[in-house]
Design a protein around this ligand. Structure first.
Ligand SMILES: Nc1nc2c(ncn2[C@@H]2O[C@H](COP(=O)(O)OP(=O)(O)OP(=O)(O)O)[C@@H](O)[C@H]2O)c(=O)[nH]1
Length: 509
């Protein structure tokens, strides 16, 4: 039963509470003691000398005063449970001495020549014993310390008188003493049980309060977490140990174009179709993280409900419980479409001309190197055509820089239209362009392309309200005939272009 376990677990509070009850009942007991003692003494004056009565009552007063002092002190000091034993011993000593004084009444206030007064003494002592049981029952030692010395002398007194009535009275006093002791024990057990119940209740209430507070804290934390997760810009998704979605936050709803309630308990790959750079369908990092029980980071493409293409970066972490068991995984998704575009733009800008969008010298150099390597490997050729506009400055000067820009953009388009997809048109700067004719190339073919270029450049350019007509000079170089590296090939093409200019422009060399 719980009571025993509580006493074993935490005995001192129970003991201290029993002692506290003793002291709590004490003022009433002292008052009754003094009143009953006074009445007894007064009644017995008829047969007992006043000096004896006063001496007895004086003893009673003295003992009671001592007990009042102890009780007062007990009420004043700050008691710890450890000190309960001391206060119990002091109280029990007081009860024992009081019992002795009351027991003495069974001898010194017991008139041999008045049966009625003898019975009165017995009546008062029985009353005091019964009252003592109710007051002292919280501690049995205090109870017996009072009962035994209070009643035994009276019983002995009766038994020594040897008349049938007095012998019967003596025997009955002993029986009364035994009955009182038994009642005291029962009463003591009732008090202990009720104290146990009270402690149980307090402990349960404290436990309930503790749990309520813990629950409250958990709710608050959950609310805070929920609010945080709901309000952050990154998408958050949670899957359980079976790989089924438990939660996605509003940002993830927006990213995937799915409402949380529609994706609940479904595997992520059913909901979000992720593709790698090659357009192959791949698993989310969330699923990989659950399967590998390790954090995973991935970047992939997915298509929203609006069919728009998103580039998503996902960081997934497996979730373990307190025992280290895998219970799911959580992912944070970031829409990096814009960042990706920006990066691509940066990369593009590093290799391309801002005005025309054509590859710049960097990219031309790279592609030419690749062409050299391939042609070298396959014993093939390729060509570079250096194109410079003739008198382009005049367009700027007469029509304005903006028209010059527009013309350059148009030139870029026309040059691109002159060549195959595998060829490359690059702008080196100003009005200088280079065409890389990739793949096996014969001089005949180069000349044909050069003529095509000269022809297309001579077509009038529509620039805003007006138009302009210009021409170009083209210099060609062939790998490996004119050089085996980028610089020599470009240098030869440039020199050839310069020769064409010197020959009167609008021609190839
Ligand atoms: N509109 C415009 N003009 C440019 C740009 N870059 C260079 N230019 C101009 O292009 C002209 C290039 O002139 P040049 O190639 O030196 O000479 P040209 O007038 O073409 O004469 P030749 O080459 O000798 O036939 C210069 O006036 C530059 O200021 C540009 O991005 N936009």
């Amino acid at each position: 039963m719980r009571h025993g376990s509580i006493e074993k677990r935490n005995p001192d509070p129970l003991y201290a509470e029993q002692v506290r009850l003793l002291y709590e009942n004490a003022p009433l007991a002292y008052t009754v003691t003094l009143i009953n003692g006074a009445i007894l003494g007064y009644i017995q004056l008829a047969f007992i000398p006043i000096a004896v009565v006063l001496a007895w009552y004086g003893c009673l007063l003295f003992v009671t005063a001592f007990r009042v002092l102890v009780t007062w002190r007990y009420g004043r000091v700050k008691r710890s449970a450890d000190e309960a034993r001391f206060w119990n011993i002091v109280y029990s000593i007081g009860a024992a001495v009081a019992g002795i004084v009351w027991g003495a009444a069974g001898w010194v206030l017991f008139p041999l020549d008045s049966i009625a007064h003898q019975v009165f003494v017995a009546f008062v002592l029985a009353g005091m014993a019964a009252g003592g049981v109710s007051v002292l029952a919280p501690r049995m030692e205090a109870c017996l310390a009072f009962l035994l010395p209070a009643l035994l002398p009276l019983a002995i007194q009766y038994l020594t008188l040897r008349t049938p009535l007095q012998t019967a009275m003596g025997v009955m006093t002993l029986i009364f003493l035994a009955a009182m002791s038994f009642s005291a024990w029962n009463f003591h057990r009732v008090i202990r049980t009720s104290l146990h119940l009270r402690f149980d209740k307090q402990e349960l209430e404290a436990e309930v309060t503790r749990r309520q507070r813990a629950e409250e804290r958990l709710f608050q934390e959950k609310d805070r977490l929920q609010t945080t997760v709901s309000s952050i810009g990154e998408g958050v998704a949670l899957i359980d140990a079976d790989g089924r979605i438990e939660y996605i936050n509003p940002a993830a709803e927006q990213l995937f174009g799915q409402r949380c309630e529609h994706v609940l308990h479904r595997p992520p790959n059913e909901m979000f179709e992720c593709f790698d750079d090659q357009g192959e369908r791949i698993a989310t990092a969330l699923e990989d993280s659950l399967h590998s029980a390790t954090p995973q980071r991935k970047q992939y493409v997915l298509y929203g409900k609006d069919k728009a293409k998103y580039v998503v970066e996902e960081l997934a972490t497996p979730l373990l419980d307190r025992l280290g068991k895998l219970v799911g995984a959580v992912s944070v998704f970031r829409d990096v479409t814009e960042a990706q575009k920006f990066t691509e733009q940066l990369i593009h800008a590093a290799d391309h001309d801002v005005l025309t969008g054509l590859p710049n010298r960097n990219l031309l150099t790279d592609r030419t190197k690749q062409a050299i390597a391939r042609a070298h490997r396959k014993h093939e050729s390729f060509a570079l055509l250096f194109v410079d506009l003739d008198q382009f400055k005049a367009v700027n000067d007469t029509m304005g820089h903006a028209c010059g820009d527009a013309l350059l953009i148009d030139v870029a388009k026309r040059l691109t239209d002159c060549v195959r997809a595998e060829d490359m048109v690059a702008r080196l700067g100003g009005d200088e362009f280079v065409v890389l004719l990739d793949g096996p190339t014969h001089r005949r073919h180069v000349e044909a392309v050069a003529n095509k270029i000269l022809h297309t450049l001579r077509e009038p350019f529509q620039l805003g309200a007006g138009s302009a007509t210009i021409s170009g000079s083209v210099g060609c170089s062939l790998y490996p005939h004119d050089g085996r590296d980028v610089d020599s090939l470009l240098g030869r093409a440039d020199a050839a272009m310069y020769r064409a200019k010197q020959m009167g422009r609008n021609q190839k060399a």
